[in-house]
Design a protein around this ligand. Structure first.
Ligand SMILES: [Zn+2]
Length: 244
């Protein structure tokens, strides 16, 4: 099922103020309907001030596509340098962004803007927050990443780069999980994303589309408190079902 990224004009009310925190030095803050955006230091002119609109547009699309909304505002922290991003998050330099709970942390926006990946990076991280809410954080990591690739449009880029064929020797979910959790280098990490996305494509075929899959995720969330089934989305024979 293709997703239509229709352009939505979001008339978010935005407040801007300068904020000085005694412990962290000067920071610039932007507020919109669903986001609190913080820039480490004095924000440069330009793209930082477009973040509320980019984020609110992503929120609207995901809210519609996933049939859900978020209870709390999402905090977005924008780092001034890659070094401060890696030092603070513990992530490698080639990771564009990360999230924890309802907080997103991203690399310098100028860097992402030049690569043309700023909106897709934000949509990717925001998808995780929606999926965690829907599934009560019980969605398997590979599927959570695949959904983020789907809604950010990054999955199509990977298919263009590596192809969309079914793998002859599909990796185990444990290998994928380990690579996604502890990425060692950009190439193996990107290929793990691609493999997760491939499994997701098979799952969509088997599940009769995204709607059914979202229902399964909600069901998983409703059963929170019980243990997550070992392989709730049948990675084991997903690739086989894709060949049929
Ligand atoms: Zn992700």
């Amino acid at each position: 099922m293709g997703i239509r990224f229709a352009f939505l004009r979001v008339s978010a009310i935005i407040w801007l103020l300068n904020y000085v925190s005694p412990s962290m030095g000067a920071a610039e803050m932007l507020y919109s309907s669903h986001f609190i955006i913080r820039y480490e230091g004095d924000a440069p002119e330009g793209v930082f001030y477009q973040l509320p609109e980019i984020l609110e547009e992503a929120y609207e699309i995901l809210s519609q596509e996933l049939g859900s909304s978020l209870t709390n505002p999402v905090e977005v922290k924008v780092y001034r340098t890659t070094r401060s991003f890696t030092q603070s998050t513990g992530k490698p330099w080639w990771i564009a962004a990360t999230h924890e709970g309802s907080r997103i942390e991203i690399q310098p926006i100028e860097l992402l803007r030049k690569r043309g990946t700023l909106p897709s990076t934000l949509r990717h991280e925001l998808t995780h927050i929606f999926v965690n809410k829907i599934s009560q954080s019980r969605c398997p990591l590979w599927l959570n990443e695949a959904l983020a690739l789907h809604f950010s449009g990054e999955g199509l880029r990977l298919v263009r780069k590596y192809g969309g064929r079914v793998f002859k020797n599909p990796p185990t979910p444990e290998i994928i999980q380990e690579t996604l959790e502890n990425p060692k280098d950009p190439l193996s990490s990107e290929q793990a994303y691609w493999q997760a996305y491939g499994a997701f494509q098979c799952l969509l075929k088997r599940q009769e589309g995204l709607k059914r899959l979202l229902y399964e995720l909600e069901e998983l969330g409703r059963k929170s408190g019980t243990s997550v089934p070992e392989d709730p989305f049948w990675w084991g024979d997903l690739f086989m079902s894709c060949k049929e």
